[in-house]
Structure formats: C-alpha cells, structure tokens
Design a protein around this ligand. Structure first.
Ligand SMILES: [Zn+2]
Length: 248
C-alpha cells in the first residue's frame, strides 16, 4: 500500500487536511489528515467527494479527452466540480461549485442551508421521492406505489413510460438545466457530465436538461456542447483514488 485517500461530502481544506464541517455529522475543524498520518504512518490525502469524482471522471471517464469540463452529481444533495486545464478548480478557501444551493424557486421548500428553493430541494433523491409520494397520495395515475417509491423504482418506472415518473424526472431536468446553464455561462466547458442514480433515466432527464440549456446558456457556449452521463457512476471509490493518482 502506498497511500490512503479519503473523500467526504463536507467543507474540507485538502491542503491543511482539515474538515471544517459536514452536512450530517457534527464535526468542527477536524484534523483528519494529521490523525490518519499519525495512525497509519503513510502518505494520506483528503478531499471533497464531488470535486474528487470530477477529477476521476477526467482521469478515467467521460472527460478524459477534455481539458475543461463540468461534473454535476445528484445524490443526497447536488454538487459540481469544475475541471479547467486538466486541474480541478479550487479557490483559496477550498470550496466552490455548490450548485445545490443555487435558488431555482423563490417560493420553494426550505433547504437545510436555511434558504428557500435551492436546487437540492427539487433534485436530491429524497426530494424526488417525496414529490412522487405526494402525487400518489392525490391519486395521480402511476404504476408506482406510495410504499415503494425509491429513486430506483422511479427511474425504472420512467424507463417503462410511467407518466408520473416521467413528469417527475422532467421536472428535475428542467431545474437542473437552469443551474447547469448558469455554470456553462460562467465557465464555457467542452463537456458536461451528470452523475447520480437518476441518470439511469437519461432518455427522459437529458432532453429536459438540454432544452433548458438551449434557452438559458449563450449560443456559442452550448452549440455542440455534449451533455453526457458519468462513466464511473457505480464506482465511487474511484474519486478517492483520483487524489492518489494526481499526486503520483
Ligand atoms: Zn440550500
């Protein structure tokens, strides 16, 4: 073994090796890198999970042939990684790309960040599941059942042309497209990659995202811009490995 890499969904400073805070576990300025090095006496790296996945996609996946790309992942929340010139973009405060907290609906649901109508309140897996559950309670016609509307059941139903599942995923694609259009206008990438369970219904999701981008991103920026799904979606350890690979 030559190194240990740990990636986390948190506010993390990879240089100092400190995890400032995490969304669902209470930590405060956690000296994770120092602790790992002291315990294992080996080279260690820590990093933000989505930024690390973006780097992995660049090394091993859909953006290998692009210097400039955007990676967006939908899971418990929504986040983005920006790769520019083959390097993951980080600032002096080590945190950027929080696409999940772009407000897409001023009258929307309360987000865990304290604001209202963030992308996460519409696009996170739990938000999609809750929306479907509410529609089922109002007897919206669907093959889905309120006691089984996991994200997997939803994308499977969408792929079998279930009207409710299709509408729910189009709704997510529309709002996700708004947020992605903003990032395209800011960074003018060569490719956009979307990752997450919901991309299993890409035939419904991607056209909804693309329709939005067409009308909200600069024409010169979105013309011939591929919007694709991740090639590494089911291999999450690869994000941590990307940090070791970068050092090598
Ligand atoms: Zn938020």
């Amino acid at each position: 073994m030559i190194a240990i890499s740990v990636i986390l969904p948190s506010l993390v400073n990879p240089q100092a090796g400190i995890v400032h805070c995490m969304p669902h576990i209470k930590v405060h300025n956690w000296q994770l890198l120092r602790n790992l090095k002291e315990h294992f006496k080996i080279t260690c790296f820590i990093g933000h999970d989505i930024r690390s996945f973006a780097l992995a996609e660049h090394y091993f996946g859909a953006t290998q042939n692009c210097a400039d790309s955007i990676f967006v992942r939908i899971h418990h929340g929504a986040g983005a990684g920006v790769v520019m010139g083959g390097e993951i973009l980080l600032d002096n405060r080590y945190n950027l790309g929080e696409i999940g907290h772009i407000q897409i609906d001023p009258l929307g649901e309360r987000c865990h960040c304290g604001n209202f109508g963030c992308l996460e309140t519409v696009a996170a897996n739990s938000a999609i599941e809750n929306r479907i559950r509410q529609q089922l309670e109002q007897n919206y016609p669907s093959q889905l059942k309120s006691n089984n509307c996991s994200i997997k059941a939803i994308y499977q139903a969408a792929n079998k042309n279930d009207p409710l599942a299709i509408e729910a995923i189009k709704h997510v694609g529309h709002h996700l497209g708004k947020a992605i259009a903003i990032i395209i206008n800011l960074f003018n990438p060569q490719k956009v990659v979307i990752a997450g369970e919901i991309t299993a219904a890409e035939k419904v999701l991607l056209p909804a995202v693309q329709n939005c981008i067409k009308t909200q991103a600069l024409k010169d920026f979105h013309n011939d811009l591929p919007i694709v799904t991740s090639q590494l979606a089911h291999n999450s350890a690869i994000g941590a490995f990307a940090l070791t690979k970068r050092a090598m």
